[in-house]
Write a protein that binds this ligand. Structure first.
Ligand code: GLN
Length: 497
């Protein structure tokens, strides 16, 4: 019996149902597509939904399942953040600049997931060029938080997070330059992991700040994230920062037997940085995170105070470096070979100027200007070089911390989701909300956010766990054990639209 209830199930249950032929991938795909068109429509979580292509992929998946050739995600629907290049499908990056760009090739992540048999339902909405923490900068309009319409879903991967939270799709890809997987996961009450820099290929991922950008995974639970991430990683010679190391099966790793079933986290030391619980942290967020930490202790983990003294400098360092890299990366959008081109121009310089002024939104233009400024002669040493020095100090803090603990825990964001427009015309106010996520990107470390409670307005709170390099399996396992004994990740928005 096929019921729409199946849309609430974890990936493992969907896989089993497909394998046992209780449901076909075509049927499952149709169920999710009808949710996207129905309850999902007011959320604005998708920029492109390609039903025909999705159904063709689902039919191919059913063929593979029938022949006993199913891969890890064969027949499972997913969605891609609209900055992963997808052959033959619009890849807009949430920008007018790329609103006519149909990619001629697949990003490495997209081709890996195709190989694994996943069925792509479409491309999700996002902040323009992944710049933002609220999804309000998209050329395609803001995404609504499924828990409270009129509130932001977080950003920049807000479309992916909202789609998973509203069960328009079971899993989705995202990217995290300064928090764009973890923060929207936190705001939407789902789980999101940003892996170690270099683990997921950036080939075909439209660049924002290349030394920070990293592909990541969204799912309701750590187990769903593990299933998706396992299929996304792998060496790619087309990305010079891709790491050549054996891939891991995170889904198997999180289910590894533990010596004491009632205390699965025994032996794990979790560091609690003082700096993540100081000024600026909302009271309700603090309370939810503290009770989650008590649960970690109940599961056997030891917690200890640690210090990350330079973490407070992460915002200025991150925004100088990210904007500098963005100003360079976005210089390729000139209206000549692809992307938006102005209708009338006097000469080449006028073509560049008008195309870029019309194609980029205000936040993107602001960042290109600031980035160009901090890289310019006379200011380079004062800003860019200083920021690089801070980056090193921040990474060194983590290095020291990991001699005292195995994982670091704290809030993902100091606040819960805010109403549209609440940050007004003050971009710095929004930048400051990235205080707990940006240090992780500056150091290139992996981090995961999982739901751990709600505020009094009914908006989700996320807990962030940070691990040492390549500790994805440990992060996912810790979150998984937490989720085995709690039900925050099982809560669904009552009326997600
Ligand atoms: N909010 C941060 C920014 O605006 C992070 C964005 C991201 O991770 N893509 O840069």
């Amino acid at each position: 019996m096929i019921s729409v209830q199946i849309c609430n199930e974890p990936v493992s249950v969907l896989r089993r149902a497909l394998a046992k032929k209780e449901i076909s991938s075509v049927e499952l795909t149709k169920l999710f597509l009808s949710r996207i068109e129905g309850i999902g429509a007011p959320l604005n979580a998708f920029i492109t939904v390609d039903s025909e292509r999705a159904l063709a992929e689902a039919r191919a998946a059913d063929g593979r399942i029938a022949k006993g050739e199913a891969g890890a995600l064969t027949g499972i629907p997913l969605a891609h953040k609209d900055l992963f290049c997808t052959e033959g499908v619009l890849t807009s990056c949430g920008s007018k600049m790329l609103s006519n760009f149909v990619s001629p090739y697949d990003a490495h992540v997209v081709s890996l997931l195709k190989k694994a048999g996943a069925v792509s339902l479409g491309k999700t909405n996002m902040d323009e060029f992944a710049m933002g923490s609220s999804n309000e900068t998209s050329h395609y309009g803001p995404v609504h938080n499924p828990w409270k319409p009129g509130y932001v879903p977080g950003g920049s991967s807000g479309g992916s997070a909202a789609a998973v939270a509203a069960r328009l799709v079971p899993i989705a890809t995202g990217t995290d330059t300064g928090g764009s997987v973890r923060q929207p996961a936190s705001f939407c009450g789902i789980t999101g992991i940003k892996p170690t820099y270099g683990l997921v290929s950036r080939y075909g991922m439209v660049a924002y700040a290349s030394s920070l950008d990293q592909g990541g995974a969204f799912g309701a639970s750590a187990a769903d994230c593990a299933a998706l991430l396992s299929a996304m990683t792998g060496f790619d010679p087309r990305d010079s920062t891709s790491l050549d190391r054996p891939t891991e099966d995170y889904a198997a790793a999180i289910d590894a037997p533990v010596p004491h079933a009632s205390r699965p986290l025994a032996g794990l030391t979790v560091g609690i940085p003082d700096e993540f619980f100081s000024e600026g942290l909302g009271d309700e967020v603090r309370a939810a995170v503290e009770s989650a930490l008590a649960q970690y202790r109940a599961l056997g983990a030891a917690t200890r105070q640690i210090s990350l003294p330079n973490a407070r400098l992460a915002i200025p360092a991150y925004y100088v470096i990210a904007m500098a890299e963005a100003s360079s990366n976005l210089s390729r959008f000139d209206g000549v070979r692809y992307g938006h081109r102005t209708a009338e121009y006097a000469d080449l310089s006028d073509l560049y100027c008008k195309s870029r002024s019309e194609g980029f939104g205000a936040e993107v233009q602001r960042r290109i200007l600031v980035g160009t400024f901090v890289l310019s002669h006379g200011y380079y040493d004062a800003y860019y070089l200083q920021a690089q020095k801070l980056r090193r100090l921040i990474a060194d803090d983590f290095k020291r911390a990991f001699t005292e603990c195995d994982l670091i825990a704290g809030p993902t964001s100091p606040v819960t989701a805010w109403p549209f427009g609440a940050m007004g015309d003050d971009p710095v106010k929004m930048y400051l909300a990235d205080i707990y996520t940006t240090p992780v990107n500056l150091a290139g470390l992996p981090g995961i956010s999982h739901p751990c409670g709600f505020d009094s307005a009914g908006l989700p709170v996320g807990l962030q766990l940070i691990g040492n390099y390549f500790s994805e399996a440990r992060l996912l396992a810790a979150a998984h054990h937490f989720q085995q004994s709690t039900d925050w990740h099982l809560r669904r928005p009552a009326n997600p639209a």
